[in-house]
Design a protein around this ligand. Structure first.
Ligand code: PBG
Length: 325
């Protein structure tokens, strides 16, 4: 019998390149950026290499990303505590930090797409994605939808190309899509955070925005990490309600969900390589316990292999720089 020798396909760099199944490109990445109202920038302790950016620093960062081929960014504003209230009304103030930022990016760059998060947490004095019933503490679904519609229309008006509802309220994609259609925002994309888990991996993000819930947790709206089928149900509902792109979040611990979703939809799939995943790689690499660059590229490739088309990642700039060498 002739022996099977799969190693033949790995025997030189040239043959390995020839048979490589998946590839990473800078244009696969969406870079999440944190905003602050003051000029300058403030490093985020639990996310080495990431900072909250003031207005000028933001434009410089966008230019650098764009020049490296990362042409989509997602904005996350750090809102002053004095502007937060239980209704999160700052979320649709036409002059808020988020909307000024997207306007200045759109004025400066014609070749950059900007995504805006749709959820109330950065603006809510309760630190929840939805409106909290002051008596029971319940996160009120349908009351929150009204707020999300206002936030979405104001976001589309301010110039966001992509809306990313990250709140996990029931029915939000349908009502947002309907409101966009009625207001003639026919080309505004919706990238739904379809399968968003109640995860411990969001810790550094909540530090960055000081947006952690004041009371309780997010388990009545974000998903139970023990569930898989439910993620597919959530994603297919979002597809039926009019989402253009479906997202799975976090990334690395949920690659099975990306893979399962790929076989269930023809829509593009995005994955969010979240703050805690970034922090773990940075921390271990700072201690010399792992090779940070290698682990970064291997993690990003695993998303493509699992079936993701788009990767939201704090590694966007670093990875794009490596890819361009
Ligand atoms: C807000 C939102 C969160 C993230 C993105 N949008 C935090 C949360 O739901 O508590 C997390 C991103 C990250 O950890 O990198 N709705």
């Amino acid at each position: 019998m002739i022996p099977h020798r799969p190693r033949r396909l790995r025997s030189s760099p040239m043959i390995r390149e020839l048979v490589q199944e998946n590839h990473l490109r800078a244009s696969d990445f969406i870079a999440p950026l944190f905003l602050q109202s003051q000029e300058g920038s403030t490093p985020i302790a639990s996310m080495p290499g990431q900072s909250r950016l003031g207005p000028k620093a933001l434009l410089a960062e966008v230019r650098e990303l764009r020049d490296l081929g990362v042409k989509t960014i997602a904005l996350f504003p750090a809102i002053e505590e004095s502007k937060k209230n239980p209704q999160a009304s700052e979320a649709w103030n036409p002059n808020n930090l988020n909307f000024s930022a997207v306007k200045s990016i759109k004025d400066s760059f014609s070749d950059v797409l900007v995504m805006g998060d749709i959820a109330l947490d950065p603006y809510s004095s309760d630190g929840h994605d939805g409106i909290v019933d002051p008596k029971s503490g319940e996160i009120l679904n349908d009351e929150t939808l009204e707020a999300l519609i206002k936030q979405s229309l104001a976001s589309a008006k301010a110039g966001f190309d992509i809306l990313g509802p990250s709140d996990m309220m029931d029915g939000r994609i349908g009502v947002i899509r309907e409101a966009l259609e009625e207001s003639q925002f026919k080309n505004t994309l919706i990238m739904s955070y379809s399968a968003k888990y109640a995860s411990g991996f969001y810790g550094p993000f909540r530090d960055a925005l000081e947006s952690a819930p004041k009371k309780g947790d997010k388990k009545t709206y974000q998903m139970n990490p023990a569930n898989g089928a439910e993620a597919i149900r959530e994603a297919l509902l979002d597809e039926a309600e009019g989402a253009d792109i479906l997202m799975v979040k976090p990334g690395l611990p949920y690659l099975d969900i990306v893979y399962r979703l790929k076989s269930q939809t023809t829509l593009p799939i995005a994955v969010y390589n979240v703050s805690g995943e970034y922090a773990m790689v940075k921390a271990a690499s700072e201690r010399g316990w792992i090779d940070g660059e290698k682990v970064m590229m291997e993690s990003l490739m695993s998303f493509k292999r699992a079936g993701a088309d788009i990767i939201l990642t704090y590694f966007a700039k670093e990875a794009a720089r490596l890819l361009s060498r």
